[in-house]
Design a protein around this ligand. Structure first.
Ligand SMILES: [Zn+2]
Length: 79
C-alpha cells in the first residue's frame, strides 16, 4: 500500500491523491492550493488540478508489483 508523502498515512481505496514529481503519492487533503506547478514551465498553477482516486484496481496492481520485481516490456528486470 503506498504511503502519502506528507502525512505518511497509507493511500487507501477511495482516497483522492496526486502524483508528486518525486514519484511518490500525496493525499489531496495534504496538499496546499499553491503547491501545484506546471511540470514543463515550473510555473505555479493558478488552479487546483483534479486529483486521481485510488481504486481497488490500483491496489491490486500495487499488490502484484510488490510480489514481483519490476520488469520492462521486454521482460528485463529493472535495476
Ligand atoms: Zn497525506
Amino acid at each position: 500500500m503506498p504511503k502519502c508523502l506528507a502525512c505518511a498515512e497509507p493511500i487507501k481505496v477511495g482516497d483522492k491523491y496526486y502524483n508528486d514529481v518525486s514519484g511518490d503519492l500525496i493525499h489531496d487533503k495534504c496538499t496546499a492550493d499553491d503547491s501545484f506547478v506546471d511540470l514543463e514551465t515550473e510555473a505555479p498553477l493558478t488552479y487546483r488540478p483534479t486529483p486521481h482516486v485510488w481504486t481497488q484496481q490500483d491496489q491490486d496492481t500495487e499488490d502484484a508489483d510488490a510480489e514481483a520485481l519490476p520488469t520492462t516490456a521486454t521482460g528485463e528486470t529493472i535495476q
